[in-house]
Design a protein around this ligand. Structure first.
Ligand SMILES: NC(=O)c1ccc[n+]([C@@H]2O[C@H](COP(=O)([O-])OP(=O)(O)OC[C@H]3O[C@@H](n4cnc5c(N)ncnc54)[C@H](O)[C@@H]3O)[C@@H](O)[C@H]2O)c1
Length: 301
């Protein structure tokens, strides 16, 4: 197998199912050697009997590619460290990290338990930070030794993190945090040859089976717009050396559509040059809001 990732070593977290599996297969098809991570948990994060990572490795090998399984929890220091170590010990390096693992515990805010908050923030936000930290430490060592890498990180956010989503306060907060982490990482790691971008995907997986029930129907046109495989080409390009110069960006990817998301930036402003009274501040805020772009609708509102 050869293509735009020839010779690269790529780690994909949560690659036993859904989007991660599609990404792992797509990277392998483009010549990458892939570390397929998956802890094997249920939809709500409860531990399953076994990791589905081995089956994806078998699929990649059957198609003539190279892959190795890693069954650790990427939201733990040990799991994240051993993930990066698996790439280094098996393939002698690491070029691309795709963080994708996660699960949901949807509840309206008034019913959202502390456990559900902690579990979802942990798997998504900490589950992005820890592998990033370990991979970045390796790339910094490489850069300091004079071997500037062409390293790539692809994070997984969500429309929920960009616009908000009713019933997903924990998930939306985690996915918004991942965008901020992406921006900081892109700025901090550029000097070591590392590019960091994020995708907000939409596809039919077990996670979205209910939300996309409509789109579960067999496609009439032959193009299955909700297939997870539609998101992977952009992820593979971002994870390849071909994406040189692209960093700190967020893309939405769904079906055949790729959208560059444009983030927070200053809108209308007023400066009194002195402290406002609350009444003045309120009047000014209303004038500024009248001149501002309205925000995008929160999903499900
Ligand atoms: N499917 C969509 O439309 C959609 C939309 C927006 C964002 N996302 C995001 O895309 C990513 C993939 O979602 P999916 O739809 O493919 O879901 P999925 O449930 O099919 O796959 C997620 C995988 O992550 C694994 N996992 C969970 N916790 C883990 C941990 N601690 N360590 C290692 N592996 C772990 C699970 O076992 C599972 O195989 C998630 O981050 C999700 O939030 C998906």
């Amino acid at each position: 197998m050869s293509g735009i990732c020839d010779g690269r070593v790529v780690v994909v977290t949560g690659a036993g199912r859904g989007l991660g599996r599609a990404h792992a297969l797509a990277f392998a098809a483009e010549g990458a050697r892939v570390v397929v991570n998956d802890l094997g948990v249920g939809l709500d994060g409860e531990r399953g009997a076994e990791s589905p990572a081995g089956a994806v490795v078998a699929e990649i090998r059957a198609a003539g590619g190279e892959a190795v399984a890693h069954g650790g929890d990427i939201a733990t220091a040990d799991g994240a460290a051993s993930l990066v170590r698996t790439a280094l010990e098996t393939y002698g390096g690491l070029d691309t990290l795709v963080s994708n693992a996660g699960f949901l515990r949807d509840r309206m805010l008034v019913n959202l338990g502390e456990d559900d908050w902690d579990a979802v923030i942990r798997v998504h936000l900490k589950g992005h930070f820890l592998p990033l930290r370990h991979a970045a430490a390796y790339w910094r060592t490489e850069a300091k030794a004079g071997r500037i890498p062409q390293a790539r990180v692809v994070h997984t956010s969500s429309g929920a993190g960009l616009l908000g989503s009713v019933g997903q306060g924990n998930y939306s907060a985690a996915k918004a945090g991942i965008v901020a982490l992406t921006l900081v990482a892109a700025a901090e790691l550029a000097r070591y040859g590392v590019q960091v971008n994020a995708v907000a995907p939409a596809a039919r997986t077990r996670m979205t089976a209910r939300a996309f029930a409509q789109a579960m129907a067999a496609p009439a046109t032959g193009f299955d717009a909700m297939a997870a495989e539609n998101v992977s080409p952009l992820v593979v390009w971002l994870g390849s050396a071909a994406s040189a110069g692209v960093t700190g960006r967020v893309f939405e990817a769904e079906g055949g559509r790729i959208t560059v998301m444009e983030g927070w930036r200053p809108g209308p402003a007023a400066d009194k040059g002195a402290r406002w009274t609350p009444a003045e501040a309120g009047e000014t805020a209303r004038e500024l809001l009248a001149a501002a772009e309205p925000p995008g609708a929160v999903y499900g509102a």
